[in-house]
Design a protein around this ligand. Sequence first.
Ligand SMILES: Nc1ncnc2c1ncn2[C@@H]1O[C@H](COP(=O)(O)OP(=O)(O)O)[C@@H](O)[C@H]1O
Ligand SMILES: [Mg+2]
Length: 498
Amino acid sequence: MMDYSQFETTAAIPEASAMIQTFRAIGYSVEAAIADIIDNSISAGAKKIWVDYDWKGPLTTISIVDDGKGMNNDELINAMRPGSKNPLDVREEKDLGRFGLGLKTASFSQCKKFSVISKDQTGGVSWWCWDLDYVRQVKSWTLLRYYPDAKFLQQIAKVLTGTAVIWWDIDRLTKDSQEDDADSMDNFMKKMDGVKKHLSMVFHRFISRGVKIYFKGREVEPWDPFMIGIGGLQPKSDVYLDDRQIFLKGYVLPHRSKLSPEQYDYGKGPKDSWTAHQGFYVYRNQRLLVAGDWLGIGSFKKEVHYDLCRILIELPNNADAEWQIDIKKSLARPPARLLEQILSAARNARSQAVEVYRHRGKVIRRQFSRDEDQFLWQEYRRNEKRFYKLNRVHPIIKQLLENSSPYRSEIEKALRFIEETIPIPLITLKENEAEITHGQPFEGTNHELILATMKAMYRNLINQNKTDDQAKGIILSIEPFNFYPQYVEYLNANDDNK
Ligand SMILES: Nc1ncnc2c1ncn2[C@@H]1O[C@H](COP(=O)(O)OP(=O)(O)O)[C@@H](O)[C@H]1O
Ligand SMILES: [Mg+2]
């Protein structure tokens, strides 16, 4: 231990308004910011939470009121302090907080002024306000005893105990807006609609267990990413990691053909897309942190044929540092020592999800394909000997030859030379040695090329008045697309990019 007494010391107090500007740059979305405020309500035992807004252009307010245990004056002042708790402190098991910053960083990320009014079990009401303009003026960390409207005091009067957080001067959302400007209002309402959807997802487990969140007076319904209870859902087996501290479970959701249109839309979730919602769902104390993300592991990407795969991970609240949970509570990264186990469970769930699409593709192929499959190579006899040639009516070869002038004869020549020299003896020999197995077409490559080719072919067939199923059936009977029946999920008559 160093002997500090031998040194001279000086205070180096952070410049308050500069620090607050730093908070503002953390990069919360409005939905993540409001969720962070609600975390505090839930940690304080709230059973009811009211989220309200009052559109008034630049004078718009947003408030989050709860019936939690509330705070007395000293507790409130402490809560308003940036870094009110040490992130290394052991937290109560149900506590959703961590850095002692959320209230301040989430609020300042959206607004320049916010008040907190709180009533504890004695019935005493306290309130304090952070005002960035005032802090800049007095150049110190000084709270004002102020709230913007008496109606918030009335709201607190209605609960036995509880807390109201009121944001105003919400410059990030209402900048340059006019109260009577339809576009700015529309924009704001869309954002609020996004907030509501986000809350329905992030807090779905709390809502299902009786916590009520009212958004502009309307109860928020829970959105369950796993659609637990729905027919055709395939849960994978339970996986416990880290001494049973961490729970992991993959789910393969039912194929669209097994869902009603309403159920299919429900599955699209707040991000309005099945593809956006595939991946891991990381919960910490029942609170969803990350919703539909492959967490940057295993070079997994969001690809349509994994749409049905969603994987639950439940963390305790003492794993934050190791999982790199950020201040905004919207990121998580598994620690290296757990990676192998997580990867193996994920690969398993992912391949089962693909299998659902492969099966669907095969069914379409059986029902709607032409009589014969279109292979790229054909066997034939010449002078009592076996040879192979390229199938000139296979769509890829046919198109090449049709579009090849003025090089047609050159290309014909190259094809002939390829055909005459395929290294069959070598292939046979290698196949028998069987040290390493032969890969299937396009295995281990970027599949953009075959996807793009399938899509172009599909469009052609649709233009030739084939039905959706017929077009898919034909494509799946053409080599090498027959290896990838799951990719028919990318083909959609109404959407070229799907
Ligand atoms: N709605 C609330 N009800 C009761 N206490 C609250 C409320 N919001 C904040 N607090 C208190 O303020 C503290 C600081 O909150 P915050 O800045 O979000 O950090 P953290 O949640 O990481 O502790 C909380 O730990 C809690 O004690
Ligand atoms: Mg908090």
